[in-house]
Write a protein that binds this ligand. Structure first.
Ligand SMILES: [Cu+2]
Length: 217
């Protein structure tokens, strides 16, 4: 409806949270602003009317403190379930890719046929990330220099890449197509052009692309 089409397995749960929070905050926004307008009109200055001093109302204060508290606790538990799915455990059969962020590019490295990084058969690209459709992939996220943020709107993923600290996320793309990576952390003058491209394609096509990329290295 309002968000870009979802292309990952975790996307629908995150969208549900977005819309739930939008509905709750939207409802209270209209309620509060409506009350404000009504008060402004109803209690406007009129000839002969004097101001009244109101000290407060304990019952009203308890109600408008308790209701937001209950809603916040409810949202915390609802979010926690989704958070646990995303960060809790990596699917066992996941493929692996390493992404090293730097000013101002995404260095992408596949482990190659031996399944190990930093060996001669690694496949490396810049700003071009290919992922297998309906297959989980773990992304090992690192930064060479400053804090960057790996943001893929279509996957509903945003993860900081902090120098000196490895980050780990996993994604299972559910829609073939082309998507964008944007750096979501102001990382320097070239931040705006720190843009990457994702291609989601069937497993066989991905293997073919890896072979071709390796041959052209
Ligand atoms: Cu950046």
């Amino acid at each position: 409806m309002l968000l870009p089409p979802v292309a990952s397995s975790i996307g629908p749960a995150i969208d549900r949270l977005f819309y739930l929070i939008l509905a709750v905050t939207g409802f209270f926004f209209i309620l509060v602003e409506g009350a404000l307008v009504w008060f402004v009109i109803h209690y406007r200055q009129r000839p002969g009317r004097t101001a009244a001093y109101v000290h407060g109302n304990t019952v009203a204060e308890i109600i408008w403190t308790a209701i937001p508290a209950v809603i916040l606790i409810w949202l915390t538990f609802a979010s926690q379930r989704v958070w646990a799915t995303i960060h809790g455990h990596i699917p066992a059969n996941a493929a692996e890719v390493e992404i090293l962020a730097e000013q101002f590019a995404w260095n992408i490295r596949y482990p190659g046929p031996d399944g190990r990084f930093e060996t001669a058969d690694d496949v490396t690209t810049i700003n071009q990330l290919h992922l297998a459709l309906n297959h989980p992939t773990v992304i090992w996220l690192k930064s060479k220099d400053v804090i960057h943020s790996f943001f893929v709107p279509a996957f509903r993923i945003k993860q900081d890449a902090v120098p000196g600290r490895g980050g780990q996320i996993w994604v299972k793309p559910t829609r073939p197509g082309q998507y964008e990576i944007a750096c979501a952390e102001l990382c320097g003058l070239g931040h705006y052009r720190m843009r990457g491209f994702i291609t989601v394609e069937p497993w066989d096509q991905l293997q073919q692309w890896l072979k071709e990329t390796k041959a052209n290295e």
